[in-house]
Design a binder for this molecule. Structure first.
Ligand SMILES: O=C[C@H](O)[C@H](O)COP(=O)(O)O
Ligand SMILES: C=C(OP(=O)(O)O)C(=O)O
Length: 444
C-alpha cells in the first residue's frame, strides 16, 4: 500500500465537507498535519480490533461513549476526568453483570466534526451557515465565527493530543484502579435519588472484590485500564492527512484515533467516506439508521471487511425506540446468514431526538432505555450477541436529556444545557443506564 492508494476517494462525491474559503491555507495546514507524529500507534488499533473480535464472537461487550461534539474549550483536566470517570464506572457495573470483559472506547480525543441536517440556520431573521464542529467553524452565531477556518484542523490535532495524553495518564497511572472506580459507584448508590435501586448490585460487586482480595488476587488489570479513542471520520482531508503507512505491515492506518466510524449521513456505498474507510486498517464503525436495507448492510461488509476479520467492522444501529423491534431483526438475520461476524452495537441516542417546546433538542431517558431493551430483545430472539452500547454522555450534571432517576423535566432543560450539538446523558443518567442495562443482562 502507498499513500497514493488513499486518494481514490477524491474523485467521488463526499457529503458534509466544509466549504473552505481559502484552499492555499487548507493545503498548508494539511501539509503540516502530514508531518506531525501519529496520535495513536497502529499496533494499538490492531489490539482494539482483536478486542472487538471477541465482541463479535459474543465473548465481550463494547461500551463506547462520550460527547456528541468535543470542543476546544472543553479540553480541561476537569472535563476529561469526569467523562472518563463516568465511563469507567459504567464499565465496572457492566463487566460484573455481563461477566465478560468490557471493551472501553471513548467518543474522545477527535470527536470535533459534526454532520448536520441543514447547511444553514436562521435566528431572529439572520441566516448563517450551521456549526459543523470545532474542527471547522465556531459555535458562536456570528458571520465571522461560522466561516470554516483550516487553522481549526491544526487545533483539532493538538486538542486530541492533549486529551489523549491525559487519558493515557489517568488510565495507567492509578487513577482508574478498580477499587477506586467501585468506590465512586458506591458514592453514586448512596447519594443519588435513583441509586438505592442498585444497592443490591453494588453490594454484590463489593463482596466479589473483597473475596478476590481475601484470596490475594491483585492482577495488573485491577490497576490499569485499556482505553481506546474513537470519532466520526467526517472531514476527509483531515483523516487523509493523518493516515500513515505502518512500518511493520506496510498497511495504511488512520492514526488520528484507534477506531473511526462513518455516520448515517455519509455511508452511501459509492461515495467518498466508505471508499476512504475501505483503505485504512483501523477498526471501522458504520452507523445504520432505520432506512438501511439488508442489501446495503451486506454490501458494506463486502466493501469494508472483504476478508471477514472479526472486529474489523462494527454496525452501530440507531433505529429509534419505536422502530428497533421492527427494523433490526431482518438486518441482523440476513447479515448472520451471510456468515459475516460483525459487532452489533446499539446507539439509542440518534433515533430518539425531538425538540422540546422551549426549542431545545432533547431525548427522553425512557426512549433511550427502551431502544436498548428492544436491541437486546431482537438479539436474544435471534440467538445473536447484543455486542454493546454507543452513547452520547458527559460526566457533568447537565440538563440536556429529560427523565432519569434523578428526573429532569422539559422545563429544566435551560438550566445547564451546554452541549455544542446534540443532548447528552448527564452523569447520573449515564450511571442509571449502566445499572439498568446490567439488570437486563441478569434478567435475560
Ligand atoms: O450528532 C449528530 C448530528 O450532528 C446531529 O444529530 C445533526 O443535528 P441537526 O439535525 O441539528 O443538524
Ligand atoms: C452524527 C452522529 O450520529 P449519526 O450519524 O448516527 O446521525 C453521531 O454519532 O455523532
Amino acid at each position: 500500500m502507498s499513500l497514493n492508494d488513499l486518494n481514490t476517494w477524491q474523485s467521488l462525491p463526499a457529503q458534509q465537507q466544509p466549504e473552505w474559503p481559502d484552499r492555499a491555507k487548507l493545503d498548508a495546514v494539511l501539509g503540516e498535519l502530514r508531518s506531525y507524529p501519529p496520535l495513536v500507534f497502529a499496533g494499538e488499533c490492531d489490539q482494539l480490533r482483536e478486542r472487538l473480535g471477541s465482541v463479535a464472537r459474543g465473548e465481550a461487550f463494547l461500551l463506547q461513549g462520550g460527547d456528541c461534539a468535543e470542543t476546544f474549550d472543553g479540553v480541561s483536566a476537569e472535563h476529561i476526568r469526569s467523562k472518563l470517570k463516568t465511563l469507567l464506572q459504567m464499565a465496572v457495573v457492566l463487566t460484573y453483570a455481563a461477566s465478560v470483559p468490557v471493551v472501553k472506547v471513548g467518543r474522545i480525543a477527535g470527536q470535533y466534526s459534526k454532520p448536520r441536517s441543514k447547511p444553514m440556520e436562521t435566528r431572529d431573521g439572520l441566516t448563517l451557515p450551521v456549526y459543523r464542529g470545532d474542527s471547522v467553524n465556531g459555535l458562536e452565531f456570528t458571520p465571522e465565527s461560522r466561516i470554516p477556518d483550516p487553522e481549526r484542523l491544526r487545533r483539532m490535532y493538538h486538542a486530541s493530543a492533549s486529551t489523549l495524553n491525559l487519558v493515557r495518564a489517568f488510565t495507567t497511572g492509578g487513577y482508574a484502579a478498580l477499587h477506586q472506580v467501585h468506590a465512586w459507584n458506591q458514592d453514586f448508590v448512596r447519594e443519588s435519588p435513583s441509586g438505592v435501586r442498585y444497592e443490591r448490585l453494588a453490594r454484590e460487586i463489593d463482596q466479589a472484590l473483597r473475596f478476590m482480595e481475601a484470596c490475594g488476587v491483585q492482577p495488573e488489570e485491577f490497576k490499569t485500564v485499556e482505553y481506546y479513542s474513537s470519532h466520526e471520520a467526517l472531514v476527509l482531508d483531515y483523516e487523509t492527512a493523518m493516515t500513515r503507512i505502518d512500518s511493520r505491515s506496510g498497511r495504511l492506518y488512520d492514526v488520528s484515533g484507534h477506531m473511526v466510524w462513518i455516520g448515517e449521513r455519509t455511508r452511501q456505498l459509492d461515495h467518498a467516506h466508505i471508499e476512504f474507510a475501505s483503505r485504512v486498517s483501523n477498526p471501522i464503525g458504520v452507523k445504520l439508521g432505520p432506512t438501511t436495507t439488508p442489501d446495503e448492510a451486506l454490501t458494506l461488509i463486502d466493501r469494508l471487511d472483504p476478508e471477514r476479520t472479526p472486529g474489523r467492522l462494527t454496525f452501530i444501529t440507531r433505529m429509534g425506540a419505536g422502530k428497533v423491534r421492527d427494523r433490526l431483526p431482518e438486518l441482523v438475520s440476513k447479515v448472520t446468514a451471510s456468515g459475516a461476524k460483525v459487532v452489533w452495537v446499539c446507539d439509542p441516542m440518534h433515533g430518539n431526538t425531538f425538540e422540546a417546546p422551549s426549542g431545545h433538542k432533547t431525548r427522553r431517558f425512557d426512549d433511550v432505555l427502551d431502544e436498548v431493551k428492544g436491541f437486546f430483545e431482537v438479539h436474544r430472539g435471534l440467538g445473536t450477541h447484543p455486542g454493546g452500547i454507543h452513547v452520547e454522555l458527559t460526566g457533568d450534571d447537565v440538563t440536556e436529556c429529560v427523565g432519569g432517576g434523578d428526573e429532569i423535566f422539559v422545563d429544566d432543560l435551560h438550566q445547564r444545557y451546554e452541549t455544542a450539538c446534540d443532548p447528552r446523558l448527564n452523569r447520573s443518567q449515564s450511571l442509571d443506564l449502566a445499572f439498568l442495562v446490567a439488570e437486563m443482562y441478569r434478567n435475560a
